[in-house]
Design a protein around this ligand. Structure first.
Ligand code: PMP
Length: 436
């Protein structure tokens, strides 16, 4: 047993109190009691380099965000059925980051709820039900959205309204192939009398193992969706708020304007706030038939937190930092790992890197256990990363946007230590991959 008695007791207490559906990260679970910037501190005061959490995107416990939450909490926190300035200030500010076609914003508390609301809006607008997602997508936890999240496994109800398409291939043909798959899925919905309501994708395909390139490849698929009478929903929960560096939103990379955009995670730097941004014509039928009220969504404290996050992104120039430090990360990873027999592809965009771990003998076959071993060995070295993708063999590196080149050095050196020379053994044990 690799767990200390104290950890073992907590693991057992979780199972007793929280039940069987929860999973912990890492073979030796970590117990954090404090966070600051890119660092998380455990109960013994050891610090861990956070190269994974995109929620604390402007850094753990950023003082400006904490102050904004405290100040607004001490003043007033009510729902959105009274007049209030914070929701309007934030709405106006966030909408400025979008093309003018997208001029309404509706607030929720989680990314799941934002996607759920987006599907309701899309179904009301099109009068159709079918939704296309990629085959290892994760979009959240509500009943309709869990059905649209194949990474959760096959046993989820509601699948007759969902079709999956394969992850876009790589290279110049990616756009045409993906568009073709989307067209076939839309035609299938039409034949079944379900019809197409929406294509829902993360524009950089984070849970599918990251597919940012070639930039622009989503455009032909969006044309197919519109041709079939559906709408395009960009799930920006992972790709938004400057993660890709070159753009504030992931969809911008493809030179497209979605009909609906959902966001969450980094929006409040840990405070639960999320949203749907919509073109007015798309939200109109929903607005006519339904009253929307969300008790906590868009409350004054959430808006203060979200507003403070935008202040920090601007003041600390974090999108520029994602470009610069992301480029350094990409360069160091390629230099250190390209050509290693256990390394397949390395894909990066902004401050997001994905590394496919493969069986060294074939240089091709996915090696999820190898990825798992690396993730756990990194945790033993007090660096947090994870693994993702359909096969679970893709290392996922997605640090807070305040990451610096010195942090990249620590990360890459540890990875090289673990992955080692071409003959180094990277066999592994088991650990669930993430989809969060
Ligand atoms: N969409 C994507 C792309 C996500 O990564 C996640 C969360 N991992 C969600 C939606 C759901 O967000 P939440 O956990 O806030 O409900």
């Amino acid at each position: 047993d690799i767990l200390e008695p104290r950890e073992r007791a907590m693991v057992e207490e979780r199972a007793r109190l929280l039940g069987p559906a929860y999973r912990l990260f890492y073979k030796r679970p970590v117990h954090f009691v404090r966070g600051e910037g890119v660092w998380l501190f455990d109960t013994d005061g050891n610090r861990y380099l956070d190269a994974y959490n995109n929620v604390a995107s402007v850094g753990h416990c950023h003082p400006h965000v904490v102050d904004a939450i405290c100040t607004q909490s001490q003043t007033l926190n009510t729902h959105t059925r009274y007049l209030g300035q914070p929701i309007l200030d934030y709405a106006a500010r966030i909408l400025k980051t979008f093309p003018p076609e997208l001029s309404h914003v509706m607030f929720t508390c989680t990314g799941s709820e934002a996607n759920d609301l987006a599907l309701r809006i899309a179904r009301a607008f099109t009068g159709k039900q079918g939704v296309i997602v990629t085959e290892n997508a994760y979009h959240g936890v509500t009943e309709s959205i869990a059905a649209a999240s194949p990474s959760l496994g096959p046993d989820i109800a509601g699948r007759k309204r969902i079709k999956t398409v394969p992850l876009p291939g790589e290279g110049q043909k990616a756009g045409a192939q993906f568009a073709d798959d989307v067209r076939k899925a839309a035609a299938g919905f039409e034949e079944e009398g379900v019809g197409l309501a929406a294509l829902l994708v993360d524009p950089i395909f984070s849970s599918d193992g990251l597919r940012p390139d070639p930039a622009g490849f989503l455009r032909p698929a969006i044309d197919e969706v519109h041709e079939a009478g559906g709408v395009f929903i960009a799930d920006e929960v992972q790709s938004g708020f400057g993660r890709t560096g070159s753009h504030f939103w992931g969809f911008e990379r493809h030179g497209i304007v979605p009909d609906l955009v959902t966001m969450g995670k980094p929006m409040g730097n840990g405070h639960p706030v999320a949203a749907v941004v919509a073109a007015p014509a798309v939200v109109a039928p929903f607005g006519k038939s339904v009253r929307y009220f969300n008790t906590f969504g868009g409350n004054a404290v959430s808006c203060a937190a979200a507003n403070a996050v935008l202040d920090v992104i601007e003041r600390e120039q974090l999108t520029a930092n994602a470009v610069a430090v992301g480029a350094y990360l990409a360069q160091r990873l390629h230099r250190a790992l390209t050509g290693h027999p256990a390394i397949g592809a390395i894909r990066t965009v902004g401050l997001f890197a994905a590394i496919d771990i493969v069986e060294a003998e074939t240089g091709k076959k996915p090696a999820p256990q190898g990825a798992d071993r690396i993730v756990n060995a990194m945790c033993d070295k007090r660096i947090l990363i994870s693994a993702t993708g359909r096969e679970g063999h893709t290392l996922k590196i997605r640090p807070p946007l305040i990451f610096e080149t010195g942090h990249v050095d620590i990360l890459v050196e540890a990875l090289c230590d673990i992955i080692g020379t071409p003959t180094h053994d990277i066999r592994a044990g088991e650990n669930p991959t993430d989809e969060v």
